[in-house]
Write a protein that binds this ligand. Structure first.
Ligand SMILES: [Zn+2]
Length: 453
């Protein structure tokens, strides 16, 4: 009987907690959908400041801007964490064309971040098209030497989660120059990471392996890749020309920007919510990742606006240098370790400002199981994909400290229309979708703060 009574009481408190929580979450959504300044913040970050590649003037302006913004919002503490970041610059715009007999057809390319320049007059050579590293290795050095390797494996359009399609193709961008250079190629051209056929080349990070020749590498637009492939079928002896002027300068000093609300009951337990402040240089970095930054600041603003005093310490973190080095994410975890900080959970928004679908979780089976009772609280808002998944690049290094990671998951269908292109601008963001993301993140942080893990 006693046992039964206890069970009943537990059940009753559980139900009670759920209903208070659902009321609070409704308030969170109402507040953000009515009063959120996040869209206007994003307008400032993207249109007034613009591109924010690590080491650039834009990146420094974004540091100052986000610090001032969080101070103005009256968070308990706003501080900077110094990190040294790579400083790569694109230089003058790239030029590329296919020379096919007497025809010279210009195609859009963008140097990959980290790449070396071509010789000042450019590089021109015959082209070897491959779909995989294995195919390239099978050709061997005698067929590859002196040529430009053209990686043309598309993202798999049948994958419903476009990030999986991206993961299946992106090694060509990240390591293509290394594999081609080892076999004596003079350049590497990579099909852009998107399923759309258009004229926007998608830049992105690459890194030279130690000991390989440093050959220049660039992304070609998908239309350009289709044309090059078709032309090669007609004339295997055509040549490709490209010229790029990029350069790696000495590492530059930069910062993560952190805003904090101190916990009232367990101030030593920290919950992080963040995005990355840096962006590629071709556009304003609206989806990647201005949206994640303003959403994260809005999480803390909403706690204050609703008068919710968090039990645990909440931090909005603007990470620096996700795109070409991850120094901010690594640095943040280093500081946490050095200062003996206990981070119970970290939430990252770096998958675009689209309609929320759920959260990916990186943690133990038990930690994931602890989150499952919250699922019904998210269902009315369209978040159904809550379970094992990926967290985020910047929060990744916190995993070694036992932090449970949450990756905010918006709808992924349109993300790779914009990712790392010249069109990832403010106009690409829908205000309500951005706000729904901020509200979903706030609701999750609220539950993490209430119950821990
Ligand atoms: Zn990003």
């Amino acid at each position: 009987m006693k046992k039964l009574l206890l069970a009943f009481c537990l059940f009753a408190t559980g139900v009670h907690a759920q209903s208070t929580d659902s009321v609070t979450i409704r308030k969170i959504y109402n507040e953000i959908l009515t009063n959120s300044p996040s869209y206007e913040w994003l307008r400032e970050l993207t249109q007034k400041i613009g591109p924010r590649l690590s080491g650039s003037e834009g990146a420094q302006k974004a540091v100052d801007w986000s610090k001032q913004l969080m101070e103005k919002e009256g968070f308990d503490r706003v501080f900077l964490q110094e990190v040294m970041v790579p400083h790569w610059v694109r230089g003058a715009k790239e030029v590329a064309y296919i020379r096919n007999g007497k025809q010279k057809i210009t195609v859009p390319i963008a140097a990959l971040g980290g790449s070396v320049a071509t010789a000042p007059k450019g590089v021109e050579a015959q082209v070897i098209e491959v779909k995989s590293f294995q195919e390239l290795r099978d050709l061997g050095p005698e067929k590859v030497k002196g040529k430009i390797v053209f990686y043309n494996r598309p993202m798999d359009p049948t994958k419903l989660n476009t990030f999986e399609a991206y993961a299946g193709a992106v090694e060509q961008r990240a390591n293509g120059a290394n594999e081609a250079g080892k076999l004596g190629a003079v350049g590497a051209i990579v099909r852009s990471m998107t399923t759309v056929l258009d004229d926007n080349p998608h830049t992105g990070g690459m890194r030279y392996a130690t000991g390989v020749p440093l050959i220049p590498t660039a992304a070609i637009s998908t239309n350009g890749a289709e044309l090059l492939s078709k032309s090669l079928k007609e004339n295997a002896n055509l040549t490709f020309y490209f010229k790029q002027n990029c350069e790696t300068l000495p590492d530059a000093k930069s910062y993560n920007v952190v805003g904090e609300i101190k916990g009232s009951e367990k101030p030593d337990e920290i919950i992080v919510v963040g995005g990355h402040l840096d962006s590629w240089d071709l556009a304003q970095g609206a989806h990647d990742d201005g949206s994640g930054c303003v959403q994260s600041i809005d999480v803390l603003r909403t706690f204050k606006a609703l008068g919710i005093k968090p039990k645990r310490t909440l931090r909005a973190v603007m990470f620096m240098n996700e795109e070409n080095g991850l120094r901010g994410g690594v640095g943040y975890a280093d500081y946490a370790k050095k200062n003996n900080e206990k981070h119970i959970a970290a939430v990252e928004s770096d998958n675009g400002g689209f309609t929320p679908r759920g959260f990916g979780i990186v943690g133990t089976a038990q930690q994931r199981a602890n989150v499952m009772p919250w699922k019904p609280l998210f269902a009315p808002y369209g978040l159904h994909e809550i379970g094992a998944g990926s967290g985020g690049a910047d929060i990744g290094p916190l995993a070694q400290l036992g932090t449970v990671l949450f990756g905010f998951k918006p709808d992924s269908q349109r993300y790779f229309d914009f990712h790392h292109t010249g069109i990832d601008n403010f106009e690409a963001i829908n205000k309500r979708e951005l706000e729904l993301g901020a509200a979903s993140m706030t609701a999750l942080v609220y539950l993490l703060d209430q119950y821990g893990l």
